[in-house]
Design a binder for this molecule. Sequence first.
Ligand code: 531
Length: 356
Amino acid sequence: MAHLFDPFTVKSVTLRNRIGVSPMCMYSSEDGVANDWHFVHLGARAVGGAALIIAEATAVSPEGRISPGDAGIWADKHIEPLARITRFLKQHGAVPGIQLAHAGRKASAPIPWQGTAHLADNAGGWPVIGPSAIAYGGGLTKIPHAMTLADIARVQGDFVSGAKRALTAGYEWVELHSAHGYLLHEFLSPLSNQRTDSYGGSFENRIRFLLETTKAVRAVWPDNLPFTVRISATDWTEGGWTADESVELARRLKALGTDLIDTSTGGGVHNAKITAGPGFQVPFAERIRREAGIATAAVGLITEAEQADEIVRSGKADLVFLARAVLNDPNWPLRAARELGHADRLPAPVQYVRAW
Ligand code: 531
């Protein structure tokens, strides 16, 4: 079996190891435009040895942002600042990825260090949309406008346009964000989707929006580049989205040309009871990988080299996505390679070699 520092090939893209930088919101953009912060933040993690660097949730429309500080790809002006980043990542051996997102009813939120309650429309916020007129809850009390069929078609078009811009910006890996209670996830879960039309009710109907969006984006994304989806494998809530449904959804996504499921959980409702702990989401990645026969990434409190290596060696997932671990230490992959005896697989940057 493979280990953490074996390469991984998806279509025409080869990752130098099994470590990805998970998309992490920086809330540091103005009008969605990437800046020096994003260049240094993501560039440093390519220098630090990660194989895949996935840009944070990048909104496909202004109202699809979580907060006013979110990244965006709804306009051509977003392309060159992002291309400057993808060029650097590639120069330093990492594959640039991007997570295309629409925040749905969780949009119009403040930057987390500035508050938790929805921003009023006249205080920097905007009206939010979702599958049904049901608020998320907690500080996010805005009741979303229940999307019409025209809204659905428009948002799907925004995802397609975003994917085309991402390709132009040099991304080689795309991930649809269908997790953490954002729009695509909101359609999947009965807790947020109580529609009575063909996009609500049955499992088939609840996955329709995601499958249609997948088909539309897959059609414009090159066949030789990885197309992936992040899901929340469970809502951790009675009556919510379940792991069984996630396995079946993964099978359907695979049939539409999805190459990997990035397996997270939660975020669908504000009061879910989640017992988080080291690798608490790995079992879901393992189950989907085994039962749907599709590559998976494991994410969630993966912080130690041995832990990450075991996940790959045991075949629980093909990739591990790190978040807090690489915020704390951009060089986590360099350190882990040496800890696990694979320094030869991941040499330090030539400029740094005396320190490693
Ligand atoms: C944390 C989060 C993880 C799992 C469920 C809900 C929330 N993150 C998710 C981020 C935004 C900031 C909070 C995204 O998925 C964009």
